[in-house]
Design a protein around this ligand. Sequence first.
Ligand code: GLU
Length: 428
Amino acid sequence: MHNHKKSKNKSRQNSTALFFQNLNKNGHDRIIIKDLINYMNENGLIKDDPRLDSFFLKINQMNGINEITFEEFDKLLNESKALFEKMLREQLIIPEFKKFTHQIQKIYSQVKLNKDGVVANYIPQLKKVSPESFALSICTLDGQRFSLGDHDKPFSLQSISKTLNYCLALEENGEAFVHRHVGREPSGHGFDEITLDNYKRPHNPFVNAGAIMTNSMVRPDLEPAERFDFVMKMWKKASGIGEPTFNNSVYLSERNTADRNFALAYFMKENNSFPENTEILETLEFYFRCCSVEQTTESMAAFAATLANAGHSPLTEQQVFQPSTVKNCLSLMASCGMYDFSGEFFFSIGLPAKSGVGGGLLIVIPNLMGVCLWSPPLDSLGNPVRGIEFCKHLVNKFNFHHFDSLTLRHAGKVDPRVKSSTKVRSSE
Ligand code: GLU
């Protein structure tokens, strides 16, 4: 055991020393901090990552010193040892991250040319958003991050909020109870259609009626303010980065134009669909508020990465949801997450995803990474035009479709988990 530990330490020393030598370009036995930070950025390890707090604190305390010795370098890495070691050994889940993001950038630029679609206007405040807004963020299981465009502007989550609320309802009540009240079948109808299944349940948690239902099961014991604070706290925890915000005018606008959602809730009340003692008006208010939460694509990609990682946040390294909760959520995102395009989407893209009328699109690539795009113009089915086009290019280039493993050898798609040098060797 002792020996094992010793040899592990030694090999860490070796990889740290080797890396130091690589960055020590001028042969002064010192490296330039900027070079180190550039290298980290290229690997997707960027400043506001909570795992790097102590690293950047130490850098700040150096007060302008821009070169460090090997001993200082070794100390600097000390608290995030495991992460740095993975990076130094090129063992992060996407080892050639710069190359990967270069491809993503190309797709992004291509998709940006697409000016089709119309910004949602049935909630009046939503149509005030510029159709030009465009953002993309990625977060891998190792917390490698990359963003483009308006990634730091919060956007209206709308239906994407249904993912978190379904997870919270499951965590609180268990699968059996939740699904006594909501089905798990694509409805075959519009997202706000007044219809229930044969058991008088809304069809699934991602149509409006189903989301009102799952919302009714999230902390009904709390008074409204506390209940909303709980959801905001959970967004923050599940994303691990950034602060969710609340857009009051979107909320007021939504509430003012919510006749259909009121009708859905009362239709379900009439059919005894809700759990006992559900307060209908309070549930509706809570639902409107949840739809009016805003986040950046950066935070939402990190949330998607938590889902891709079975409920464990790559950035805070905390287990936020049980793996079974995530499995259920992703299964329903795969079958019901994209409105009336869900079947088509899974057929051609093969990934769990959830869109919202605010133009957001959350995509989960299980065991690899989360992606979030934001572009307000929607197609006739209510999905973001650029978001869908991005997904098509993405799965054309990379082997991300759920069933790509079956056709991979013929399709010539790229697996970014594998270093290109390894790929050449394996095909020889
Ligand atoms: N708040 C919206 C509604 O209830 C959500 C719609 C959506 O994004 O699908 O109509």
